[in-house]
Ligand binder design. Structure first.
Ligand code: NAD
Ligand code: MG
Length: 303
């Protein structure tokens, strides 16, 4: 049996508790934004396991935060499903982005790199046009970029951090969605990354968690607005997923070794476990799914 066949077999029938080993990440710190390259242990973004079945054939997708973590897994899956992709990320993340581009190109899809800071409104406004030009059109957007910096006490939460978190997580999503809705044809999709934090906010993540609640409400409202035009808007709410977000001040350092262990599955999720949700919501198979938030939380309840 080839390695690929064995992997498919493992995916056909497997125990979700043991699909990935339970991890106990050592305490570690990276400057923001963190890199997958330097993460310990390394994550699974589907490079060796995700097998496409042509579900996004011919699609042209813009994905933000596509260099690492969940966005990287989504970009790799979209490429394997037959989509061409435009990847946005911060300039400091060039190494991670080039790795993802190489993996996508090895699948036979095209990948275009658009480094830039989404909290810069002018950059965010122009990104959609640049991506559409490179891709020869646009019919899928994944607003996945996000900023999460843990602060224990509201007295230490600066106005600057509050604004930057909202600019990155909420304002950029609005700007990109507005520009995309202006040019995307019927059949197009937008998928936004929200979080379990939208429902059960941690006390040290009040800025971040409230942006995630805003993303949920924005997605459900815009979904109703754009549905008559044949554009579907949905969201994905990840639970605790092992990504560079967590080690670049996303969590208090002491919490890292226990990350994800309190979920019903007893382990943190891997980025590749998120990819099928984004593929499903982007694929025409989900044509009657509109304004939904799909939870991928290892069993952590979301209302
Ligand atoms: P990640 O660090 O790999 O990805 C986040 C990405 O956001 C970065 O790679 C970066 O490219 C991008 N980004 C941040 N600030 C930016 C800016 N100003 N301009 C442009 N890009 C910027 O971490 P991840 O966990 O894969 O995060 C992806 C999404 O998933 C985020 O929206 C995050 O809030 C959400 N999420 C993650 C978890 C989790 O446990 N990891 C849980 C729930 C939701
Ligand atoms: Mg990154």
């Amino acid at each position: 049996m080839s390695q690929a066949d064995e992997q498919t077999d493992q995916l056909t029938f497997q125990d979700p508790v043991t699909r990935f080993p339970e991890i106990t990440p050592p305490k570690q710190d990276q400057p923001e934004p963190g890199l997958d390259r330097d993460l310990e242990p390394q994550t699974d973004r589907g490079e060796d396991s995700y097998r496409g079945t042509g579900r996004l054939k011919g699609r042209r997708a813009l994905i933000t935060g596509a260099d690492s973590g969940i966005g990287a897994a989504v970009a790799i899956a979209f490429g394997r499903e037959g989509a061409d992709v435009a990847l946005n990320y911060l300039p400091d993340e060039e190494d991670d982005a080039q790795h993802v581009r190489d993996v996508i190109e090895a699948s036979g899809a095209r990948a275009f790199l658009f480094p830039g800071d989404l909290s810069d409104e002018a950059f965010a406004a122009d990104l959609v046009g640049h991506a559409a030009e490179a891709l020869g059109g646009l019919d899928a957007v994944v607003n996945n970029a996000g900023r999460q910096i843990a602060v224990e006490d509201i007295a230490d939460l600066s106005d600057e951090q509050w604004s930057k978190t909202y600019q990155t997580n909420v304002h950029a999503m609005f700007t990109i969605s507005k520009a995309a809705a202006a040019i995307m044809p019927a059949g197009s999709t937008i998928v936004n990354s929200t979080s379990v934090q939208a429902y059960t906010p941690s006390p040290h993540l009040i800025d971040y968690a409230s942006t995630k609640a805003a993303i949920n409400a924005f997605s459900k409202g815009l979904a109703q607005q754009l549905a008559p035009r044949g554009i579907r808007v949905n969201a994905v709410a990840p639970g605790p997923i092992w990504t560079p977000l967590q080690v670049s001040d996303g969590q208090p350092k002491d919490a890292l070794p226990e990350f994800g262990k309190s979920t019903p599955l007893g382990r943190a999720g891997q980025p590749t476990e998120l990819a099928p949700a984004y593929v499903f919501l982007t694929s025409p198979e989900s044509s009657y799914v509109v304004g939904e938030t799909l939870s991928v939380t290892g069993g952590q309840p979301t209302p």
